[in-house]
Design a protein around this ligand. Structure first.
Ligand code: ARG
Length: 486
């Protein structure tokens, strides 16, 4: 007698396996094994690779031209049905099983010939790589949109010669051009785009033809498959090809770093948007109110952006822990790779446009930014001035330190100290030179090195930022050079 949860005899459902079992799978196994809720979105890529496989089987002499053409047309029909919203049956284990069932419904028995010399192991690896290459292009476009808003703000801030404090240890450190601060958030995003382009390049190695683990026994041309599917290369080892998920880890790591960068931009803006700072104001379209306190204007977008990196890091951790210690080849543990990949990409593509919108609406208030510059922030400039007069930096540091202490003790700005105090701190100080060295504009203008905050350096930086946004050939798909989306 069968246990109550075991169906007797073979299941009538459309399965890609099962012939060797006398009994059908237990419902709990089916529920556990089923991944269609996660992997259905791979369908356009599974259809595409299946069509390429039908052609490869014809070239290899396994199918005749008519059979291959029937399968191709049938797969187009399957794609139309899924696009129109076909509802998977409980027995559709995964996207590959679903497509196989629908193909049978489209073309009948010839559908059974398609799964010759291939396995879901090389199939799922191929489809996931195609999906990832596509996702990396979409992510690149979304990050560029954020970079463009940053450049737009930087251009306006530079034109207005807006100055603000730069912070170290979150203590006021030195005056900088506000455009310089804005652009400090541009370059991390540039690195994120490079990391994603590298992840896409790593994904661009074709597993199809690797079969379950040992390689296809039919003489399919993997080079033709690579060309027709737009991969840059053919995987060199079938065991590695069905077990390699590095490209997913690369992608999620790139998104984790992007999340880290968005969290730091968000934190700056949240802080600068407080009444205590008052440097920025959030627009209406991306601010939320409070159910209790009518005066509130909350930067929810930035807070969610700040928090969302937790998801990416969680996904990265889940994936890497899943892969660690797996024996070589395919293992079913890997089925969950897509859950992590899709979640990290989805979360990023949800957060990015909102950050773009919120940052686009932000208005800068130059006055409080300027008012936050106290003359003690020019202490380094004062010490530098003494160095220019031939004094050693250490002695200059000590002399200025004494002035800072005195100003602090008297509760006045350094520029308001009496001449006596200045002369006592260092005989070379005289009122005129001190006043000059204590002007924030002067402090900013002196930092004209590449990457410095002087306005001319910032203008060069804006030009470099714009150049980095011009499309460059990045991902090679077969013989075709795919441009980064403009
Ligand atoms: N749904 C499976 C996955 O995503 C497809 C591969 C199944 N392979 C197997 N040997 N059962 O990993």
């Amino acid at each position: 007698m069968n246990p109550p949860d075991m169906p007797s005899g073979g299941s009538k459902s459309h399965k890609l396996w099962g012939g060797r079992f006398a009994g059908g799978p237990a419902p709990a196994l089916e529920a556990l094994n089923r991944s269609i809720g996660v992997d259905l979105r791979l369908w356009p890529f599974d259809v595409k690779l299946s069509k390429a496989w039908a052609v490869a089987l014809w070239h290899a002499g396994v199918l005749n031209l008519d059979e291959s053409a029937q399968l191709e047309a049938g797969l187009d029909g399957v794609a139309r049905r899924i696009a129109a919203g076909v509802v998977p049956q409980p027995s559709d284990e995964d996207v590959h099983t679903l497509i196989d069932r629908l193909l049978h419904e489209e073309v009948g028995d010839v559908a059974s010939r398609l799964h010759t010399g291939r396995s879901r192991n090389d199939q799922v690896a191929t489809a996931t790589r195609l999906w990832t290459i596509d996702a990396c292009a979409a992510l690149d476009a979304a990050i560029r949109a954020l970079q463009e808003v940053i450049v737009t703000h930087a251009v306006a801030l530079e034109a207005g010669a807006v100055l603000m404090p730069a912070y170290t240890h979150l203590q006021r450190a030195q005056p900088v051009a506000a455009a310089h601060w804005m652009l400090s958030h541009f370059w991390p995003l540039d690195r994120d785009r490079q990391r994603l382009a590298a992840a896409a390049r790593n994904a661009s190695s074709l597993p199809l033809g690797s079969g379950a683990v040992a390689g296809s026994a039919f003489p399919v041309s993997r080079v033709l498959l690579k060309e027709s599917l737009g991969f840059a290369q053919v995987s060199p080892n079938s065991i590695d090809a069905v077990g390699d998920r590095d490209f997913i880890a690369d992608t999620i790591y790139a998104l984790t770093m992007l999340g880290v960068h968005m969290s730091r931009l968000a934190e700056d803006l949240i802080l600068y948007g407080t009444s205590e700072f008052g440097f920025v104001k959030f627009g209406d379209g991306y601010s939320t109110g409070s159910s209790m306190m009518p005066q509130k204007r909350n930067p929810d977008v930035m807070e969610i952006a700040r928090g969302s990196v937790a998801r990416m890091l969680g996904d990265l951790t889940a994936l890497v822990v899943t892969l660690k210690g797996l024996p070589s080849g395919y293992n079913k543990d890997m089925q969950d790779d897509k859950r992590a990949l899709f979640d990290a990409v989805d979360a990023t593509l949800l957060v990015l446009p909102a950050v773009v919108g919120a940052l686009g609406e932000i208005r800068f208030d130059a006055e409080p930014m300027r008012a936050a510059l106290s003359s003690s922030m020019m202490a380094t400039d004062l010490a530098d001035w003494l160095v220019e007069q031939g004094i050693a930096f250490r002695d200059a540091h000590a002399a200025v330190g004494r002035l800072v202490r005195e100003a602090e003790e008297q509760g006045v700005d350094m520029s308001a100290l009496p001449l006596d105090s200045l002369a006592a701190a260092h005989p070379l100080f005289n009122a005129k030179s001190v006043t000059r060295a204590l002007a924030p504009e002067q402090s900013v203008a002196r930092r004209a090195v590449e990457g410095g905050t002087a306005l001319e350096s910032v203008r060069a930086q804006i030009a470099a930022a714009r150049a980095s946004l011009t499309p460059q050939p990045e991902v090679r798909r077969g013989n075709e050079l795919v441009l980064q989306p403009a």
